[in-house]
Design a protein around this ligand. Structure first.
Ligand SMILES: NC(=O)c1ccc[n+]([C@@H]2O[C@H](COP(=O)([O-])OP(=O)(O)OC[C@H]3O[C@@H](n4cnc5c(N)ncnc54)[C@H](O)[C@@H]3O)[C@@H](O)[C@H]2O)c1
Length: 371
């Protein structure tokens, strides 16, 4: 017990969903919880018998923790990650990584200056079906892939009243402000980054509180010339569709379900008898990595179809083995920065704009890299 990594969590509501996961891993235990709202802090700390409780983040960092999960409002992720990294405390940050390009510079500086690991918690990359598609791509079963889609359509108007920061940071800015759930898994499939984006919106139909575009379409060009289309919408009245994806390759294609009994379906030239024959994706589950074929019960109990468990496990494996986390700061920014540039694009009438690559950022220069 004593040599386990001590985990502190800041932002109790979303953090709550991770407590069991950290406590179930052999390497970690949650020892501290922080939230500025004392009643929320007390309720969740009592529920999990966490005795070290803080309303001040700095005090929690100085309490002897090794790892911090940052699950506060989006605009706080970078400042909190930096405070932890400066103390060489490992950081698992909720999405998105940053809310502006200056923050991206600051975050990269802090990661480069720290001995601790940083990972962004993009759990949708860890959804079973997205993992399976990635395995099939790696095995060449789709041929050359060249088009992908992701959609996050999640009517949140009532939820915005309960979590008012969303009014500023998710629906109060015009662009793909919370796009990593859609873009992240698709970029993982392509194993590339976005080099330019063009972004368009539908106008607004739910004013006066929601006066920006309701549905946003962000078109992303990848270095290979491939195209990725992202739809983002937190406002439109309709059933939720949080995890729609599609993929097209020269020898196969995939479409996620959109409801009404639809299934994950796949067409593969080498398997299907003709061009009109969809097959259920579940028929291909034997291609999943071993851990996904026989997941521990705690994985299936965790949020987002098990994604929350697998992302935490990957992060802790990286900490323990001193390897690069799968969604390190550069990959986190690959998933985040296109959305930030989409705000400039939409403001410029849908102009196609380059997306900076923070691998080329010169440390402490505060100059946004051109590409
Ligand atoms: N990956 C996912 O699937 C997923 C799902 C939900 C939320 N999120 C992310 O998690 C984060 C939190 O979202 P939420 O829905 O739980 O929001 P929330 O508003 O319910 O919770 C945020 C909490 O942070 C606390 N807080 C704010 N400032 C603080 C500070 N300075 N110090 C300590 N605590 C502070 C608030 O009191 C609040 O309890 C967001 O970044 C969101 O994008 C991710």
């Amino acid at each position: 017990m004593t040599d386990k990594l001590k985990v502190g969590i800041v932002g109790a509501p979303r953090g709550r969903g991770f407590i069991k996961t950290f406590n179930n891993l052999p390497e970690t235990t949650v020892t501290a919880l922080c939230d500025v709202r004392e009643e929320v802090l007390t309720r969740i700390a009592d529920e999990f018998s966490i005795s070290n409780r803080f309303t001040d983040f700095g005090q929690m960092l100085d309490s002897g923790i090794d790892v911090v999960l940052v699950s506060t409002p989006m605009n706080l992720h970078v400042t909190m990650a930096i405070e932890a990294l400066n103390r060489n405390i490992h950081v698992l940050s909720e999405v998105t990584a940053a809310t502006d390009l200056d923050q991206c510079c600051d975050l990269v500086d802090a990661v480069r200056g720290s001995t601790a690991k940083y990972m962004m918690a993009e759990n949708y990359c860890y959804i079973k079906w997205n993992v399976l598609i990635r395995e099939l791509i790696r095995k060449g079963m789709f041929g050359e892939i060249y088009f992908g889609e992701g959609e996050y359509v999640h009517e949140l108007k009532a939820h915005c009243e309960k979590t008012p920061w969303r009014k500023t940071w998710q629906v109060g800015r015009n662009g793909c402000t919370y796009g990593s759930h859609s873009l992240g898994p698709v970029l993982h499939w392509f194993d590339e980054r976005v080099v330019s984006v063009a972004c368009f919106g539908t106008g607004n139909h739910y004013g006066p509180d929601y006066k920006l575009e309701d549905t946003i379409i962000m078109m992303c060009k990848l270095a290979s010339g491939s195209l990725v289309k992202i739809r983002f919408d937190l406002v439109s009245d309709r059933p939720h569709g949080l995890a729609y994806y599609s993929l097209q390759g020269t020898r196969g294609c995939y479409e996620a379900p959109r409801g009404m009994g639809d299934d994950h379906k796949i067409w593969l030239a080498d398997v299907c008898e003709n061009m009109n024959e969809w097959r259920p994706l579940s028929e291909f589950e034997s291609h999943l990595p071993e851990l996904w074929r026989n997941p521990p019960p705690e994985a299936l109990e965790s949020g987002h179809w098990g994604g929350d468990y697998f992302e935490v496990k990957d992060f802790i494996d990286a900490v323990v083995n001193d390897t690069d986390p799968p969604i390190d700061v550069y990959r986190a920014l690959d998933f985040t920065v296109p959305g930030l540039v989409s705000e400039q694009s939409i403001a410029a009438g849908g102009t196609q704009l380059p997306v900076p690559d923070f691998r080329n950022y010169v440390t402490n220069s505060k100059i946004i890299p051109l590409a």
